[in-house]
Design a protein around this ligand. Structure first.
Ligand SMILES: [Zn+2]
Ligand SMILES: [Zn+2]
Length: 403
């Protein structure tokens, strides 16, 4: 008789994974690949649960201390190639799920997804394992049948019933933690960062989604570009139509300073400047000037033109009255005529449009309906900065791409 060593489970697991990773998948149909993805994910879920079961005993019996003296988190981090955060997460799961064996068994057997089971663990961490135990069988049953989104709703509702004060305290903490920063980088672009509480975040997301939905024909923007445009549109509309307290006696607005030369020909002694941002391209200044409140300032010509430099301050001789580039009554008529952005395929409503001078007023174009067309912010930019041309022929807006 010969004795065969029965390979232990760990060896077999490695062999099975070796077989899988050695497999050539080039000829697999997408259907077969799909089945593989489901099976592999399920196996990973079960292994995660098994990892947690073993980690629970390792933690309870102070395995890390026996092996060098560190904490369990630092041991897992060092030996399992995880970040401290990932290691901490596994230890939290071990501490909670280790005390809820029916829950862990369901995940180990592959009946409940690991994602659903982690929600029970979070609930146990929030309200205490003892509070969860009486409901464990109900929660496991739910974890085995519900989608993760429904499971999240269920565990959140359970937490609210078991620990309403804790939920309120968490909400208040999340509200206190809110922050937002909108910082300009050296390259001129702005980077937005921040954190909102659940209600504030949902409000912002609803508004952005509402404004960035509705794909129009020929839409070329990505979803994230549409969301970015929606955020800027919200700011523009708020400044144009919202209720504001005046700042220094004026409605808050963007200020562009530009010489008549730069506005007309793109060449001038001083570049156009957007207040708080810095120099901007003359074409951007022309777009903003298309439909803006303008104030004409006459400055003194320097006595000696040869010493004129960009840093020489202009000396104002007279400051004109602030007037709208497009007076209110013409703007109203324009909105009535155009009913929104006239760029072919665009459906932005009148409130989101600028009046565009087909021949710019700085080039002598009249501010009359025949020389005006409504364009949304994006298409106004398309015309100015991206060089498209637009004119009206027989009442129809015709656009031509840049040559
Ligand atoms: Zn324009
Ligand atoms: Zn448009």
């Amino acid at each position: 008789m010969e004795a065969f060593a029965i390979p232990d489970a760990r060896d077999r697991l490695n062999e099975a994974v070796d077989l899988l990773v050695d497999e050539s998948i080039d000829t697999f149909s997408t259907q077969a690949l799909g089945e593989d993805l489901v099976d592999i994910r399920r196996a990973m879920d079960r292994l995660e649960a098994e990892f947690v079961r073993r980690l629970h005993r390792f933690y309870s019996e102070r395995g890390a201390q026996a092996d060098g003296g560190g904490t369990t988190v630092s041991w897992v981090r060092a030996h399992c190639g995880m970040t401290a955060r990932a290691a901490m997460y596994r230890v939290h799961l071990a501490k909670t799920l280790g005390e809820l064996p029916a829950t862990l068994d369901s995940a180990r057997a592959g009946r409940a997804s690991f994602t659903n089971v982690t929600m029970i663990a979070h609930l146990a961490k929030d309200v205490g394992v003892e509070e969860v135990k009486p409901f464990e069988s109900i929660l496991v049953g739910a974890a085995e049948t519900l989608e993760p989104r429904q499971m999240r709703t269920l565990t959140q509702a359970t937490r609210l019933r078991l620990d309403p004060d804790g939920v309120l305290a968490d909400d208040n903490r999340a509200h206190e933690r809110r922050w937002f920063a909108c910082d300009q980088t050296y390259g001129g672009v702005f980077v937005l960062r921040g954190e909102l509480d659940a209600e504030g975040g949902a409000l912002l997301k609803t508004a952005i989604d509402a404004l960035s939905h509705g794909m129009s024909r020929g839409e070329v923007r990505s979803a994230s570009q549409r969301r970015a445009d929606a955020l800027v549109d919200m700011a523009a509309t708020q400044l144009r139509c919202g209720d504001h307290r005046d700042v220094h006696g004026q409605r808050p607005h963007l200020t562009v300073t530009v010489s008549a030369d730069t506005l007309r020909s793109g060449v001038g002694a001083q570049p156009a400047e957007l207040d708080g941002v810095g120099p901007i391209h003359p074409e951007t200044a022309r777009r903003i000037a298309c439909d803006a409140v303008r104030t004409m300032v006459t400055v003194a010509t320097p006595a000696d033109a040869s010493v004129w430099t960009a840093s020489t301050p202009a000396v104002p001789l007279s400051v004109g009255r602030a007037t709208r580039a497009i007076p209110a009554h013409i703007r109203t008529a324009l909105c009535l005529r155009d009913q929104g952005c006239r760029f072919p395929g665009c459906d932005r409503p009148p409130a989101w449009t600028d009046g565009h001078h087909i021949v710019h007023w700085s080039d002598g174009g009249p501010t009359e309906l025949e020389n005006l067309v409504s364009l949304c912010r994006r298409h106004h930019r398309t015309v100015h900065e991206q060089g498209w041309r637009i004119h009206i022929a027989d009442g129809v807006a015709v656009v031509e791409p840049p040559p």
